[in-house]
Design a protein around this ligand. Structure first.
Ligand code: AMP
Length: 361
């Protein structure tokens, strides 16, 4: 028998840690289901607050502010995985979904790779680099090309240095005193993600996996369906993702990113949250990642994750690209989402989801 715990009924308040576009879109989904969201974020103003009923602007380390915030919430979730875990654990209060363990692991590339490898997954070869000697050893054992990454706080390709040759390694000017990881460069056919939702009763549902194309380390495009040679690797990637979700007692939407390689799926990283490569689900799936995340953390029945059109392409609007919105809207196949941010080079400003109704197109 499944354990169906008491649902948090519509009308309740969902706390949200983080103030970015993921929170903004989660706020819309929550409002649709009759919930109010209370955002807690250090940045004031923030784009999530614009779709949510309440906003507390305070640093994540401010335990008094966090405790007061928790006191207003029936359940708390996060849209940003670098929320410091210490203060959160210290204040307690409303249940945190997904669990704090998922945050702890996803915040540290080394912990994440070890965790997934212990569950039978295959990450790129990796070694911890805490000083020059570690780096020399890593280059000797793993070889080049490879990538040095900060263990913490890296996102969208930030905090990464490509080491193409032993010469690059000699010339590398790595940040001193920052815990790093060195990983071998994966010769991949393509990149894809598994996005799943796990309910409070342990039920897991998956959306179709998108093929993801990055530009300078930032997601540029997600396409569904993925090419057949990628799709063939999805079952193994899903099996691993389910093991991760179960090992964490996960509740909510969880994303794992993979490289499709000639040897099968290679795990890259996980995000304990809704994901940019799942934005297409707003129009392209029967239930979006945002709605199902809200359903899961509130203990409601999960919605159908099936794709409802023959194909979908989601393009991120980065920096100035967002100024082309009039042209985007002129095409009836397009759905435009703008995040209400000031234009800055390299910044994710919005996305366009294009529904492909003719499979042969
Ligand atoms: P990450 O922040 O780790 O997801 O890295 C951003 C992007 O850099 C990935 O989506 C890949 O396109 C590329 N990348 C990261 N790590 C590797 C690797 N070990 N081998 C090849 N490409 C990588």
């Amino acid at each position: 028998m499944r354990d169906r715990r008491v649902a948090i009924a519509p009308g309740a308040t969902i706390g949200m840690l983080g103030g970015g576009q993921l929170g903004r879109m989660m706020g819309v989904a929550a409002a649709q289901l009759g919930y109010r969201c209370h955002v807690f974020a250090p940045d004031d103003p923030c784009v999530a607050a614009e779709t949510c009923a309440r906003f507390t602007a305070a640093p994540f380390e401010d335990e008094d502010a966090l405790a007061a915030f928790m006191g207003t919430c029936d359940v708390v979730t996060y849209e940003f995985e670098n929320v410091p875990v210490g203060p959160l654990a210290a204040v307690g209060g409303a249940p945190l979904r997904a669990p704090v363990r998922a945050l702890e692991i996803a915040q540290d590339r080394l912990a994440e790779k070890r965790f997934v490898a212990d569950l039978g997954g295959t990450p790129a070869p990796f070694m911890a680099v805490d000083d020059e000697a570690d780096f020399t050893r890593a280059i000797e054992q793993i070889g080049t090309p490879g990538i040095v990454k900060t263990r913490r706080d890296g996102y969208d390709g930030k905090g990464q240095w490509r080491i193409m040759s032993p010469r690059d390694a000699e010339d590398a000017n790595l940040p001193a005193g920052t815990p790093l990881i060195y990983e071998g460069f994966v010769d991949f056919l393509a990149e894809f993600s598994v996005i799943l939702v796990r309910g409070m009763d342990g039920e897991i549902r998956y959306w179709d996996s998108a093929e993801n194309e990055h530009s300078s380390g930032v997601l540029a495009r997600s396409t569904v369906p993925a090419r057949p040679d990628i799709a063939a690797q999805v079952p193994a990637a899903r099996e691993l993702s389910a093991k991760v979700a179960e090992a964490l007692g996960y509740i909510g939407v969880l994303t794992l990113e993979f490289f499709a390689t000639a040897q099968g799926p290679v795990f890259n990283e996980m995000a304990p949250r809704v994901h940019n490569s799942g934005h297409w689900t707003i129009e392209g799936a029967r239930t979006s990642q945002f709605e199902n995340h809200i359903r899961a953390i509130c203990g409601l029945p999960l919605g159908d994750t099936a794709t409802i059109v023959p194909g979908v392409v989601m393009d991120n609007l980065i920096g100035e690209q967002a100024n082309g919105w009039a042209e985007v809207l002129a095409d009836p196949a397009n759905h435009l989402h703008l995040y209400g941010k000031d234009v800055r080079e390299g910044r994710k400003m919005g996305h366009v989801t294009r529904l492909i109704m003719d499979a042969a197109a």
